[in-house]
Design a protein around this ligand. Structure first.
Ligand SMILES: NC(=O)c1ccc[n+]([C@@H]2O[C@H](COP(=O)([O-])OP(=O)(O)OC[C@H]3O[C@@H](n4cnc5c(N)ncnc54)[C@H](OP(=O)(O)O)[C@@H]3O)[C@@H](O)[C@H]2O)c1
Length: 226
């Protein structure tokens, strides 16, 4: 029987790639975008149910919850995220920009996961968050992205707490690093294409389904230190 996935943030980049790969594998997909009018590449993937969601908007989240009531998913993948301000030195950035970055990258994904966790299958269900190796606090890389890095570390911490609130659960929770990927965020000089990264990410979802617990791994299945 086909599996069901809910993919958050699928207009372009890695989210779009996840939808394409999962469709190749025969999954049923519901995918969300912020703007239904600028998601041509997603509309071009056959057989995808597309819903509108700005993850930061609590009203839109409630409306999505109403629209998807009764649906059960084998995979909830919270991919959406932002890089934040161009200049990430703490003496340049505004409180508003820092707030927006942490809200989108660390708070909104967890609020969304809390909203839908009851609709993720207790038979091998997976909740995956798009983290980054930069979220590892043991690796002092990329000082020019210090705030983005901190926002992904915060996401990892919030994810760990979130799993604790689920109590005795058979769900598997993944914090995934996609590699450095050629997208609008990753830039042209990145190491990987979207297809290679997203194929690897889906492999990790399949490999970890049914294991339970919280795992921080990259698209090749290598464990990343917290
Ligand atoms: N590319 C990399 O090398 C890399 C490495 C590590 C981690 N990541 C992570 O991977 C994820 C996807 O990145 P990407 O490279 O594909 O970036 P991207 O090309 O910039 O795409 C970002 C996606 O997130 C969506 N989004 C942003 N804010 C949103 C919000 N408030 N509500 C709903 N959707 C929102 C965007 O929608 P719109 O089209 O509406 O803007 C877009 O679909 C991010 O979480 C990123 O931090 C990327």
């Amino acid at each position: 029987m086909s599996k069901n996935a809910l993919i958050i943030g699928a207009s372009r980049g890695l989210g779009l790639g996840l939808v394409q790969r999962l469709r190749e594998d025969g999954w049923n997909i519901t995918a969300t975008v912020r703007n239904l009018n600028t998601a041509d590449a997603l509309h071009a993937v056959p057989g995808v149910r597309i819903e509108k969601l700005d993850m930061d908007d609590a009203g839109q989240l409630a409306a999505l919850g109403d629209a998807l009531k009764g649906q059960v998913y084998d995979l909830l993948f919270v991919n959406a995220g932002v890089k934040g301000p161009n200049d990430q030195s703490v003496d340049k950035v505004s409180p508003e920009d820092i707030g927006a970055l942490f809200y989108t990258n660390a708070v909104a994904p967890i609020r969304l996961a809390r909203h839908f966790s009851g609709q993720v299958s207790s038979q091998g269900g997976v909740i995956a968050f798009m983290s980054s190796v930069l979220g590892s606090v043991t690796m002092p890389d990329a000082p020019e992205l210090a705030l983005y890095k901190a926002s992904k570390a915060a996401l990892n911490s919030m994810t760990n707490t979130f799993l604790g609130t689920l109590g005795d659960t058979s769900l598997t929770v993944l914090s995934l690093h996609p590699g450095w990927v050629k997208t609008d965020m990753g830039g042209e000089g990145a190491d990987l294409d979207v297809e290679t990264s997203t194929r690897g990410l889906i492999d990790q979802v399949n490999a970890h389904a049914g294991k339970g617990g919280h795992h921080f791994v990259n698209y090749r299945g290598e464990t990343i230190p917290w």
